[in-house]
Design a protein around this ligand. Structure first.
Ligand code: SF4
Length: 507
């Protein structure tokens, strides 16, 4: 897709989640931008965490309804398929996020809309050729790879490790779990840059009616009362940054996407229209809290004392913004939602990341947890010398072709065993790069005797149903692929299996 040479961003006022009003605003936005959806049209909301427990983390269903109806209004007759697709926070089945968020109801209500849970789709290989890429190819779900008209419909939020999550950052949701975790480390911003080469949205519309400030999964609601639309990803994110008083070039993933040619952040080259001026939008956003939060600062005043040394390639960064330290911030946010007593219940403990070279003043009985393959430290704990060596291996050893899915129940068993086996030791190491949010949740559950969100009685039934549906679908894909491979590239009736049109696929 061509990046528009004259990008436009439209700022519209919308104070309430009224689907009909949202529909009108989005329809007018499509018309003003001269866009008509066609072929396979795919809407990607941000459903990273959804439902009553995470009320401000996701693109609201009323926004989804307005979007789907507006696309039908404008694209009727030219779309061969209208679909909504997403991969929510990993380990949680996306079918659960669609249900909990209310998007399933909206899809049924609007009618004629397909739903894609990206971790259940065939994965298509996308070759990369640009200079500075992390790898030569990556995988994305078939509905994304084959979309003719791609619509990004994110939520307007702050993000403690990437500063903001607007349109560009939302691309982390266009990969399944095992591919998403590759390079989700100190090179996360570069990974987000590489993902831009898969597809560019023709239409972007962000749910900034109630924005989320401060945190990412449990943000504080901030009534911004805006719908912002655009046709160029970098220009769009740049205007969103300016609304909250940020220089877009200071947000690394935006800077990288611009340097790769995905649009401009130059204010003089972006046309801004709408019924709210940039100055008025800035006025509405006054006081919006945003900013990177290091793990040491994040846990100040709690029972957890954090220490972070540099990750590998310290010349690149002195902190792993995309990996284990951020994952523990998300883990504790999830635990607090499920158990209000989380902070009080947790025993005093110390968590260490990267190549940390400093004291760890752990008192007798206080556990020290070294998190991640790159953690290393030498010193004394409980009167005994301790040496933790880095077991980090360069990213080249990970092959997206062969990387395997790690099952949540296996993770649960392994992490719990690790903690139990080391109960008497002053230190324990959690291996992985990154150690995922799920693993850190489970480690904290074991150490603190906290409620396990995965077995919480309020959701266990739905979780299991979603999980079984997901794994069943993937198993079925595998069977179908085998059958088609045995029968050649074409099925018995001479029709190509739609999910096999890609040159190379994997499940
Ligand atoms: S092990 Fe964790 S902290 Fe170290 S580089 Fe990997 S993701 Fe970052």
């Amino acid at each position: 897709m061509q990046i528009p040479a004259a990008p436009k961003v439209i700022i519209r006022s919308c104070r309430e989640y009224d689907p009909e009003k949202i529909r009108r605003i989005l329809r007018e936005g499509l018309e003003e931008l001269g866009l008509r959806p066609f072929g396979r049209t795919l809407v990607k909301p941000n459903l990273v965490a959804a439902g009553d427990m995470f009320p401000h983390a996701f693109t609201r269903p009323e926004f989804g309804e307005g979007m789907l109806r507006a696309l039908k209004d404008v694209g009727s007759g030219s779309m061969s398929e209208l679909a909504a697709g997403e991969r929510c926070g990993i380990t949680v089945p996306t079918r659960l996020a669609f249900r909990e968020s209310g998007w399933d109801d909206v899809i049924a209500k609007v009618g004629g809309v397909k739903r894609y849970c990206f971790e259940e789709s065939e994965q298509v290989e996308i070759p990369l050729r640009h200079e500075g890429r992390l790898r030569d190819y990556l995988f994305t779900p078939e509905p994304v790879a084959r979309a003719d008209f791609f619509v990004n419909a994110p939520k307007f939020k702050a993000h403690p490790w990437t500063t903001v999550t607007f349109s560009i950052k939302a691309y982390i949701g266009i990969q399944d779990d095992r591919h998403r975790l590759i390079d989700h480390d100190h090179k996360l911003n570069e990974k987000i840059g590489d993902l831009q080469f898969i597809v560019q949205p023709q239409f972007i519309a962000i749910d900034a009616i109630t924005a989320g400030e401060g945190r990412m999964l449990t943000p504080t609601p901030f009534d911004l009362g805006l719908i912002i639309m655009g046709n160029s990803q970098v220009a769009f994110d740049s205007v969103c940054c300016r609304i909250i008083g940020l220089d877009p070039r200071t947000v690394e993933h935006i800077r990288i996407a611009e340097d790769y040619g995905f649009g401009t952040s130059d204010a003089d080259k972006i046309e801004i229209t709408g019924d709210v001026t940039l100055a008025e939008a800035q006025q509405r956003a006054k006081g919006f809290r945003v900013g990177l939060i290091r793990v040491e600062k994040y846990f100040e005043g709690t029972h957890i004392t954090a220490y972070a040394g540099p990750p590998p390639e310290p010349e690149h960064s002195d902190y792993c913004w995309g990996g284990c330290p951020g994952a523990i911030e998300e883990a504790i946010e999830i635990l607090r939602v499920y158990d209000a007593q989380t902070d009080a219940k947790l025993p005093h403990m110390h968590v260490v990341f990267g190549n940390y070279d400093g004291p760890i003043p752990a008192k007798p009985g206080e556990k020290v947890i070294f998190i991640g393959d790159c953690a290393q430290w030498k010193g004394e704990l409980a009167g005994k010398p301790v040496q933790i060596r880095s077991i980090y291996r360069d990213r080249e050893h990970l092959d997206p072709h062969t990387i395997r899915h790690e099952d949540i129940f296996k993770k649960m068993a392994v992490t719990t065993k690790q903690i139990v086996d080391n109960r008497a030791e002053p230190a324990v190491r959690l291996e992985g790069c990154p150690v995922s949010v799920a693993e850190q949740v489970l480690a904290l559950v074991s150490l603190g005797g906290l409620k396990n969100p995965y077995t919480d009685r309020r959701n266990i039934g739905q979780f299991l149903r979603g999980y079984l549906g997901w794994r069943g679908r993937v198993a079925l894909n595998r069977l179908q692929r085998k059958r088609y491979q045995q029968n050649g590239a074409f099925g018995r009736r001479g029709e190509a299996a739609p999910q096999l049109k890609a040159a190379k696929t994997a499940t």
